[in-house]
Design a protein around this ligand. Structure first.
Ligand code: PRP
Ligand code: MN
Ligand code: MG
Length: 182
């Protein structure tokens, strides 16, 4: 796995520091409110697990599984729900937890989906933001780290289902994805 890495873009230490900061802000902003954190599988799972341990107020949690990338480095633009949440978010504050906002298509879709279910509000928290690739605008209430337009893996992010367990956000060697179809 490590031989496929060109460079580390965001270290685990930098991620940890940001996650702490976001946890603090969220705990303060949602004090006394009914907050539901919705993790977006699969990529969001690592950040989600780190983030909730820095939130000091009661929360509920659920997961939705969607996919738009498949085995490619490019978004297909079509978001598919693989597994929906099962709790009722009516009159609750919803915070969607993602690993990365790229084109914004996944989050735009999810925000619209949850907003139709009568919550108090729906906001977004992401570990990484790649604004240079945006196709649709999505407001990000809680952003970890803004990154350049490089294809990255690790900290939940995959290529072809692999590399999610790398603790740092890393740039893959071009040779790894060059010869695959996208
Ligand atoms: C990745 C990533 C985000 C989304 C961001 O998920 O985890 O959910 O793409 O891209 P966008 O802003 O262009 O929509 P992916 O579809 O690869 O599924 P995964 O989380 O299971 O890897
Ligand atoms: Mn994802
Ligand atoms: Mg993916």
């Amino acid at each position: 796995m490590f031989e496929d890495i060109q460079e580390v873009l965001v270290t685990r230490e930098a991620l940890e520091e940001k996650v702490k900061e976001l946890g603090k802000r969220i705990s303060k902003d949602y004090e006394g409110k009914e907050l539901v954190l919705i993790g977006v599988l699969k990529g969001g799972v690592v950040f989600f697990a780190d983030l909730i341990r820095h939130i000091t107020i009661p929360i509920e949690m659920d997961f939705i599984s969607v996919s738009s990338y498949g085995n490619s480095t490019k978004s297909s633009g079509v978001v598919r729900i693989i597994k929906d949440i099962d709790i009722d978010i009516t009159n609750k504050h919803v915070l969607i937890v993602e690993d990365l906002v790229d084109t914004g298509l996944t989050l735009r879709y999810l925000k619209d989906l949850f907003e139709d279910r009568g919550p108090k509000d729906v906001k977004v928290c992401t570990a990484l933001d790649k604004p240079s690739r945006r196709k649709v605008d999505v407001p990000i209430a809680y952003n970890g780290i803004t990154i350049p337009d490089k294809f990255v893996v690790g900290y939940g992010l995959d290529f072809g289902g692999k590399y999610r367990n790398l603790p740092d956000v890393c740039v893959l060697k071009e040779s790894v994805y060059d010869n695959k179809v996208d």
